[in-house]
Design a protein around this ligand. Structure first.
Ligand code: ADP
Ligand code: MG
Length: 506
């Protein structure tokens, strides 16, 4: 093997933000020519901060940076671009009101003098090599995110970047788009580029990278050849403790129907028909999962089931009772519990932890009408924050003082601890650290084993595959497939979700 040619070397990087946050506590990082280097870590580990420093956008508090063997002191991203380093952000830096051509030209001309014609010609050549079509005359605001990302990558290549940093690039893509992106990144790597891919997804790092550096709470937990480290060990390094990645319940014992949806049609806020015809059944003692690319009607479906959105046509039965026209609280009385996708729906941010912890089950806490048993409520709230690890100062603090992840834990813990007969869970683990996410998944399995019905809507395919007893796929407002999780390879699931194939056609 030829020795690695180091392109980027960062040494002893410390970053303390003006508000006192110690984002990086002395990190070394090295990347070389012709590799895809994954920078892996949980939310808040310091990944973006480290790369913004390399890109010259923020200054390190301490530490040194060498690029192509020379000490670098970038004053701005423009200096970094001139040296050959480009970064594609989670939030793209395109100007929405300009066309694609104008955006690319603007980026190229900020680095050196070029003509618009020249930029167009070279972009066309570059995109042809990558197998991409570039809609030069389109205004950026009309483009889907997948395309915007490609424009960002083209911008970087056009200015001759040798090091390309991508910050969580797959979070906005469908599984098919992810495949395409990875193929292009692989080609660029083979041509000698250094690609640094920021991600919090272990499987993604494992799949695409040659080496992986793990960050944990502002410190480097290690750098490895990707082939030589297992997913379990990567997870352990990320969270700093032993975690078990694969959890799977035993066989389910489905009972009578708990939640039945018949030929349901639902409109969104704009009056567009989003659920075009959905029919499904969730029985007691089973978890039914639903997979789909965001925006295919799952939100409207779930909101109609919960009672937050009217059904245009069709029926919803909760525990055998026609609930189609019932209010949210009438459905709750029938045993339906709901974890919404948005904390703004699920929590009252100005109210305190105790108040929030009883919001959805006032009946259980009142002795007489509207007389709350605060002692009982307080001890219940205490159970939730303890079991779900909600980091807080006092139970009397308003929920808005909690971080997003801790709000999520409170919202999930409240519904799970009620031991609901029927639980509709929409993205229950989003924003949670790995250890808590696994704990939540266990609790969902536990509910199932004790006889509850769980309807799980999640964009985390691994989560769906490991928890569901039956899996549905929704596409364009219709359930297009139903089966046991073992019947779905990830690839097939991606094709169904993207509407590329229909059930029974493989
Ligand atoms: N501009 C900022 N000011 C203050 N703190 C910040 C800023 N940006 C990030 N942080 C904090 O620094 C830590 C690392 O954040 P970040 O680099 O974004 O992590 P990651 O990309 O791994 O999720 C977090 O605690 C985050 O809240
Ligand atoms: Mg980040």
């Amino acid at each position: 093997m030829t020795p690695r040619e180091t392109t980027v070397f960062m040494k002893g990087i410390v970053k303390v933000y003006p508000d006192g946050t110690q984002a990086l506590k002395g990190v070394d990082f090295e990347a070389s020519k012709g590799e895809i280097h994954a920078l892996l870590g949980e939310n808040g580990a310091g990944k973006t901060t480290l790369m913004r420093i390399l890109y010259g956008e923020i200054k390190p508090t301490k530490g040194e940076i060498y690029v192509f063997g020379e000490k670098a002191t970038f004053k701005s991203p423009r200096d970094a671009l001139r040296t050959g380093i480009a970064m594609v952000y989670q939030q793209f830096s395109l100007i929405p009101s300009l066309t694609v051509a104008e955006n690319i030209y603007l980026a190229a001309s900020s680095v050196k003098r070029v003509s618009l014609e020249d930029v167009k010609a070279r972009t066309e050549e570059l995109s042809k090599n990558l197998g991409w079509k570039v809609p030069f005359e389109y205004t950026v605001e009309n483009l889907p995110v997948g395309l915007r990302q490609r424009i960002e990558i083209l911008k970087a290549l056009l200015v001759g970047s040798k090091v390309l940093i991508l910050d969580e690039p797959t979070s906005v893509l469908t599984p098919l788009e992810v495949e395409e992106l990875f193929k292009v990144l692989g080609n660029l790597r083979d041509e000698g580029m250094t690609i640094i891919l920021i991600t919090h997804k272990i499987r993604e790092a494992k799949k695409i990278s040659d080496r992986v550096t793990v960050l944990r709470r502002g410190l480097k937990a290690g750098t490895f050849n990707t082939l030589e480290i297992s997913e379990t060990n990567l997870a352990r390094l990320m969270v700093g403790e032993e975690v078990e990645l694969a959890i799977r319940g035993g066989a389910s014992k489905p009972g009578t129907p708990a939640l039945v949806v018949e030929k349901l049609k639902v409109k969104d806020d704009m009056g567009v028909l989003r659920v075009k015809e959905a029919t499904l059944t969730v029985r007691y003692g089973e978890i039914v999962g639903i997979a789909g690319v965001q925006g295919n009607g799952q939100r409207e479906l779930v909101e109609a089931i919960a009672g937050l959105r009217p059904a245009l046509e069709g029926r919803i039965l909760v525990d055998g009772v026609d609930a189609t026209k019932l209010t949210v609280s009438e459905r709750r009385k029938l045993g339906l519990s709901y974890i919404p996708e948005s904390k703004l729906v699920g929590l009252a941010l100005e109210m305190n932890i105790v108040e929030n912890s009883i919001m959805t089950s006032l009946l259980q806490f009142t002795r007489r009408l509207l007389e709350v048993d605060w002692g009982k409520a307080r001890s219940g709230a205490g159970d939730i924050v303890r079991e779900f690890g909600v980091v807080h100062r006092s139970l009397d603090d308003p929920v808005k003082s909690l971080s997003g992840g801790n709000q999520q834990k409170l919202m999930v813990g409240r519904e799970v601890n009620k031991k609901p007969k029927i639980l509709v869970a929409h993205e229950p683990t989003q924003g949670l650290d790995i250890a808590t996410a696994i704990m939540v998944r266990r609790r969902l399995l536990d509910l199932r084993d004790k006889g509850s019905a769980v309807f799980l809507v999640s964009s985390d395919l691994e989560e769906l595959l490991s928890l569901s007893d039956r899996l549905l796929v929704i596409y364009d407002g219709r359930i297009v497939s139903e089966g046991a999780p073992r019947d779905y390879a990830l690839e097939k699931l991606g094709l169904l979700m993207g509407g590329v194939i229909e059930a029974g056609q493989e």
